[in-house]
Design a protein around this ligand. Structure first.
Ligand code: ACO
Length: 415
């Protein structure tokens, strides 16, 4: 794999070097050290998944970590290493430390039996060279107060309850309902680990930036919670009076009526002028419910990047929307065991077989593009139009239909 410069070495991070791990990350991201906030929150990365590169003087030059995820994929879940906290000290850049850390990450993930890795990219140009493909987009809207929604039967019968967030009482509720709301959506990463659940509802003053303490809105059918949102408002007064902003950090609902009731509430809070949505999938029901979507400001961004580490294990972990019998010729510069021709056969009953073959290839593509297709949010035909995947139009069409997911993939929280 990738060599480190002379005198550098890859090391595990023992508990007594957690502060140095954090400081290295803060130096790379220019984050303001905040010991009070840090002490109030559980550290998110399991210690055995934290790694560093030590410089010749024994200090950390670079760090990375990973989360253990069961990533939803079309028709199932796959063990996934969520790469995170990738940081190279500014005085140690561009000498191959990231490249070496990626090699370590791929090798260790495979050793743990994780055939897939996923990440959020700080900068979009970094990870393609390592075989990660942009597999999902997300959208954030800024909506005017009072934006009208098309009617949904049953919405009026639901009630809304608003309270301040209490992390002890609400962490599991938020995770459980969020998980159910995202059922069937590839990439909708559950936060199985307790530190991640706690941090999802955490509200330290340093994170508020002028907004009020975090609120929880629950949509109820009697006593049963059918939807919820985490939100906060920012007070502002202008010449024309109140000009508040509502920031919705998370919104989840179990059905159309709860979705409608939740957004009807969020879009009509007194004193407010605008409502900022959280990250939404590009096919979120809110987009379909808006009577007039044009005044909404939209920001489209890349969401998950996906890397297949073990091509046959990854491809057999998901199901396909149509029968498939195709020979893929895959290139993979970092993991040669993935390279070459694979026959992928899937039938209507859900059986999938991926095996080495010497047959002629129908489709040629890099592992990066296979990662982009994996969650079902990209079209092989469209990647073909861009020259990134090659093959006969019929083969690309079959691949497109079989890989697509009925719901657009997204991860609703950034790791
Ligand atoms: C999943 C996450 O955690 S995303 C967070 C990533 N971290 C950050 O953005 C924090 C600030 N930046 C950094 O810490 C570092 O500059 C990193 C991690 C982005 C890069 O680390 P380096 O050790 O400098 O990278 P390294 O020297 O191994 O470069 C490997 C390759 O990536 C390229 N590269 C590195 N950074 C970037 C970048 N920001 N944009 C485009 N290309 C880049 C290099 O040019 C090199 O290309 P080559 O293989 O064609 O020669």
């Amino acid at each position: 794999m990738s060599a480190l410069p002379p005198g550098y070495r890859t090391v595990a991070v023992p508990a007594d070097r957690l502060a140095e791990f954090r400081t290295t990350d803060q130096l790379a991201f220019a984050s303001v050290p905040d010991p009070e906030t840090e002490a109030s929150l559980p550290f998110p990365i399991p210690q055995e998944r934290m790694m560093a590169v030590e410089a010749p003087d024994g200090t950390f030059a670079a760090v990375h970590g990973s989360y253990e995820f069961a990533m939803p994929v079309p028709g199932g879940t796959v063990p996934c290493a969520g790469l995170t906290w990738v940081a190279v000290r500014p005085d140690q850049r561009r000498r191959g430390l990231l490249r070496a850390m990626i090699a370590t990450h791929l090798e260790r993930s495979l050793g743990r039996g994780e055939p897939v890795s996923a990440l959020f990219a700080a900068e979009a140009a970094i990870y393609g060279r390592f075989g990660y493909g942009s597999a999902a987009d997300d959208v954030r809207l800024t909506l005017p107060r009072g934006a009208a929604l098309r009617p949904v039967p049953g919405s009026d019968a639901l009630t809304v309850h608003l309270e301040r967030v209490d992390p002890d009482r609400h962490a599991d509720l938020v995770e459980d309902l969020g998980r159910r709301a995202g059922a069937g959506r590839p990439g909708w990463m559950p936060r199985a680990a307790a530190p991640l659940r706690v941090r999802a509802v955490a509200d330290p003053p340093a994170w508020r930036h002028g907004f009020e303490p975090l609120l929880l809105a629950t949509v109820r059918d009697g006593r049963e919670v059918r939807g919820l949102a985490l939100l906060a408002r920012k007070e502002a007064w202008g010449e024309a009076g109140p000009d508040y902003t509502v920031q919705v950090r998370l919104a989840a609902a179990l059905d159309a009526a709860a979705t409608h009731r939740l957004w009807t509430f969020l879009l009509d809070l007194d004193l407010t002028t605008r409502v900022e949505t959280p990250v939404l999938p590009v096919d979120d029901p809110l987009l379909h419910l808006l009577v007039d979507p044009r005044p909404a400001r939209r920001r489209l961004a890349d969401n998950l990047w996906v890397r297949l580490l073990d091509v046959p294990a990854a491809l057999t972990a998901r199901r396909y929307a149509a029968p498939l019998d195709v020979v893929l010729d895959v290139t993979d510069d970092l993991l040669p065991q993935n390279a070459g021709r694979w026959r992928v056969v899937a039938d209507h009953a859900g059986s999938v077989d991926v095996a080495r073959t010497t047959a002629d290839a129908d489709v040629r593509l890099d592992v990066r593009e296979l990662g982009a297709l994996y969650l079902g949010g990209r079209s092989a035909a469209a990647l073909g139009d861009a020259g990134l995947v090659t093959g006969e139009a019929a083969a690309l069409g079959t691949l497109t239909t079989a890989f697509l997911s009925p719901r657009a993939p997204v991860c609703p929280w950034n790791f």
